[in-house]
Design a protein around this ligand. Sequence first.
Ligand SMILES: [Fe+2]
Length: 392
Amino acid sequence: MEWIILILGTIGHVGLWCVVFNRVHATAFPRKFRKFSEKAILVIVFAPMFWAFYLRIRIPGNSFADVISLPLITYYYYAVVGLGCLFVIRWLYRKFCFKLPSNVIASKTEYLNLKTELKAPLLHGRLPRLLGLFPFNEVLLLTLQRMTIELEIPPELDGLKICQLSDLHFTGEVDIRYFERVVEEANQFEPDLVVITGDLIDHAKCVDWIPQTFGKLNAPLGVYYVLGNHDRRIRSETFLRNNIHDSGLIQASAKWHQIEFNGATIQITGNALPWYRDAEQLPEQPENKAGLNILLSHSPDQLDWARRRDFQLMFAGHTHGGQIAFPIIGPVVAPSKYGVGYSSGTFRFDKLIMHVSRGLSGDETIRWGSPPELGLFTIRSNQQAKSNQAPQ
Ligand SMILES: [Fe+2]
């Protein structure tokens, strides 16, 4: 019994740390504050646990039951044990009660090991190279994720192909050849539309990479983007946006972009709240109703914003699938107000489908159980399906 209480207490402490960490990193607080808070939370949450361990071993024969029978510690410790129980129940619910939404009617995953394929060193800097040596590090294991999604849209939009890129994080630590290869694969999908959901460039020296990477993306309906929190590291937003614009990309936020496909209208807009506030200037939807409304959002946290509007499809990134997903347990850290609830995958909320990409790179060159993702989404009209089923 003592060990069960100890394990639940430990889960409670770790869970508490993850909950606070995830919520702090979902905000637009300054980076320095967030980095400081990481350490402060670590001390506040774990210090009582280490103190209990210290009391346990200080006196020979002292058990955890003795330690937690001390005044104050009793209340504190059982509160954390209760929290641990809640985390376990929540995890079990998510693990066994969350099903893939029925709107995903087909899915195919293919892996490209760019570390072996491109041969030349793709990681630069002492730490990235060291992390690259870690066994099973998937940072260069590109996943080609093809999905077919059924939506309530006009039959004219049946067969629309959308490619999503997210969280490329140009830092200079991952070689440009990796990203050029990603773009080649994106073009081989032959998408009608390309969407980029933020965190394009972390370091100003990589702005020069834009024409060779984003600038090479091909899609007849255009390449639309929103920025992400890491793009704020480029001091001048105008400088960054001008460079992106010069390579032919279209900023999605702050207006409704109307595009025609097979005689039907698609509307696109973007949202990079809380880091960029241009989505707050978004006007009301145009009167003429579009067949499909698409939202590009950097974070899945804008889900409620999307649900209050008339979107059928929302693309997001930011969470990197937790970047490290433990076997059975899954990811524990994701910078979202929903924690790891929507850290990656496809989720349905009434008529809205949200896909959260694991992204293509990251600040740290380590990934386990969460390889980089390049997505292709083929959209099927359920009205088309109904007309196919109708008796002749
Ligand atoms: Fe990111």
